[in-house]
Unconditional design. Structure first.
Length: 480
C-alpha cells in the first residue's frame, strides 16, 4: 500500500476502533450491571423482536449507504434523494410493526410483546435519520465524528438503562436503553455534521444508486434473517429463559469478532474503493488485511471459547452459567467472521453486488439446511451446526475472490496457517492451565495471562511477519 493509503487506513482504523470499543465497552459494562438485576426472561423477550427490527433496519438502509460510498463522485442530489427515501421507508416500517405487534405477541404467546414492539420500533425511524450522515462521514473516512456521537449516546442511554433496571422497570429498562441510544446518536450526528438535505428527489439518482444498493439490500435482508433465525426458532421452540442464555452468549461472542470485523469493513471499503481497478494492489492489500485481522481476532476468539464458562459466571453471575456453555461454541463460529467480511468486501469494492447476492443465497440455503437438521437435537447442536455452516460458507465466499483477483480458498488458508497453528497451541495451553484451578476467578486470570504470554512468545520466536507488521504500525503511531 502507498503511504497516503496507509495513513488513511491507520487514521480511519484508529477512530473506528475508538468508536467501536468505547461504545461496546460502555454497553458491555451496562450489560453486566443490568444482567445482575434483570432475568434471562427479560432479555429473552427483547431478543424475540430482534429479527423483526433487524430486517426492518436492512430495508431502511436499502444498500444506499454502501452505494453512496462506492460512487466516486456523489452530488447533493444523491444524498438528498437517499435521505427522503429513508425517512419514508422508516415511517412505513414503523407503521407496519405497529399493526403487526399483536400477531408477533400471539406467535410467541407473550401478550406483553404487543406494547414492547410498538415502543421499541421507534428506533427504526431515528435510525433512518442517520444513514446519509454516516455515509457522508464514512466516505470522508471521518470516524472521529461518528465516535463522539456514539460514545456520548451510549453513556447517556446506559445511565437510563441502569437506573431503570435498579428502579424495577424490568424489561422496559432494556427498551428505554435501546430507544435512548438511537435518539441521542441521531441528534448528535446531525449536530456535528451540520448537513442539510435539499428538497430534491431525483428519479435518475435513485435508479442509479438503487441498481447497486438493491442487491446489497436483498443480501442484507437474507443475512439478517439468517442471523436472527436462531433467535426466532429458539424463542418459538424453547423457553424465553433459553433464548436469554443464547442471546447473552451470542452478545459475548459478537463483542470482539463483530466489532473488529465492523472496523475492517468500515475502514477498508472506502479506502480500497479508490484502487478498485488496480488488481495487483488490491490483492496485496487484501492478503495483508486477511493476515492481520486473523492474527488479532483468532487468538481472542479461541481464548474466549476456552474461558467462556468462567468468564460468564464471574461477570454475570452463576445463574448465567448455561450461557457460558453456548459461548464456547459460538466463539469458534465467530472467529471466521472477519475472513468472510473481507472476501465479501471485495465484491462491493469491485461493484459486483450481483455476485454478492448470489453468494448470500447459496450460503443461506446451506445454513438453513444445517439448522433444520440440528433443531431437534437441541441448542448446543444448533451452535455446532453454525460452526459447520460458517466453514462451508467460507469456501463459497472465496470462489469469486479467486475469479476476480486470484486469491482463492487454498491461498488464503496457506496465508492463515501460521496463525491457526499459534492459536491452536495457545488454546491447548490455556485449557490446561485453567484446569489447574477450582475458582472461576483464578481460571480467568491465569488463562488470560498465560494465553497472552504464550501467543506473544511463540509469535516472536518464530519471527512472524504479522507480528512484525503490528509492531511496526505501533512504532509508527508512537513516532507520529
Amino acid at each position: 500500500m502507498t503511504g497516503s493509503l496507509k495513513q488513511q487506513t491507520l487514521r480511519g482504523t484508529l477512530w473506528s476502533s475508538i468508536e467501536r470499543f468505547s461504545v461496546q465497552g460502555v454497553q458491555f459494562l451496562i450489560l453486566i450491571l443490568m444482567a445482575r438485576v434483570l432475568s434471562p426472561d427479560d432479555y429473552g423477550m427483547v431478543g424475540m423482536l430482534a429479527i423483526f427490527l433487524a430486517v426492518a433496519q436492512s430495508l431502511i438502509d436499502s444498500g444506499f449507504s454502501n452505494a453512496l460510498i462506492q460512487k466516486v463522485h456523489c452530488s447533493e442530489t444523491d444524498y438528498s434523494t437517499v435521505f427522503w427515501f429513508n425517512i419514508v421507508v422508516g415511517l412505513l416500517l414503523y407503521g407496519l410493526l405497529w399493526v403487526c405487534a399483536p400477531f408477533i405477541a400471539e406467535f410467541y404467546r407473550l401478550p406483553l410483546l404487543t406494547e414492547i414492539t410498538r415502543v421499541i420500533a421507534w428506533v427504526l425511524f431515528f435510525n433512518s435519520l442517520t444513514v446519509v450522515p454516516r455515509a457522508l462521514l464514512s466516505s470522508r473516512i471521518d470516524f472521529r465524528t461518528q465516535a463522539k456521537a456514539s460514545i456520548v449516546a451510549a453513556v447517556v442511554a446506559g445511565v437510563v438503562g441502569v437506573v431503570g433496571a435498579y428502579g424495577g422497570w424490568g424489561v422496559w429498562s432494556i427498551v428505554a436503553y435501546t430507544l435512548c441510544n438511537s435518539v441521542i446518536n441521531a441528534a448528535l450526528l446531525w449536530l456535528f455534521l451540520r448537513w442539510k438535505p435539499r428538497w430534491i428527489f431525483s428519479g435518475a439518482s435513485f435508479q442509479q444508486l438503487f441498481s447497486f444498493g438493491s442487491k446489497l439490500m436483498v443480501s442484507g435482508v437474507i443475512d439478517t434473517l439468517y442471523k436472527n433465525l436462531y433467535t426466532l426458532v429458539i424463542g418459538r421452540r424453547f423457553a424465553a429463559t433459553d433464548l436469554g442464555y443464547y442471546t447473552r452468549a451470542d452478545q459475548f461472542a459478537q463483542f470482539p469478532s463483530s466489532n473488529l470485523t465492523g472496523i475492517l469493513q468500515r475502514v477498508t471499503y472506502p479506502v480500497l474503493c479508490n484502487i478498485q481497478d488496480e488488481d495487483e494492489r488490491l490483492r496485496g492489500a487484501y492478503r495483508k488485511f486477511l493476515r492481520l485481522s486473523a492474527f488479532v481476532i483468532f487468538p481472542l476468539m479461541v481464548g474466549l471459547s476456552v474461558l467462556a464458562t468462567p468468564l460468564v459466571t464471574v461477570v454475570l453471575g452463576p445463574q448465567w452459567e448455561p450461557a457460558g456453555e453456548l459461548l464456547t461454541l459460538l466463539a469458534l463460529c465467530g472467529m471466521w467472521y472477519p475472513i468472510h467480511a473481507i472476501n465479501l468486501n471485495l465484491l462491493q469494492v469491485k461493484g459486483r453486488s450481483d455476485l454478492f447476492l448470489k453468494l448470500e443465497i447459496i450460503k443461506k440455503l446451506i445454513g438453513i439446511g444445517i439448522l433444520c437438521l440440528t433443531v431437534p437435537l437441541g441448542i448446543k447442536a444448533m451452535c455446532i451446526g453454525s460452526i459447520v455452516s460458517s466453514l462451508l460458507g467460507l469456501v463459497v465466499n472465496t470462489y469469486y475472490t479467486q475469479k476476480l483477483i486470484s486469491l482463492g480458498f487454498i491461498r488464503q488458508m496457506r496465508d492463515l496457517m501460521p496463525t491457526l497453528v499459534y492459536v491452536a497451541t495457545m488454546g491447548l495451553v490455556v485449557w490446561i492451565v485453567a484446569g489447574c484451578f477450582e475458582s472461576n476467578v483464578w481460571k480467568l486470570i491465569a488463562g488470560i495471562m498465560v494465553g497472552c504470554v504464550w501467543y506473544i512468545l511463540i509469535s516472536s520466536l518464530t519471527r512472524s511477519s504479522d507480528w512484525k507488521e503490528i509492531i511496526a504500525i505501533i512504532q509508527r503511531k508512537h513516532n507520529n
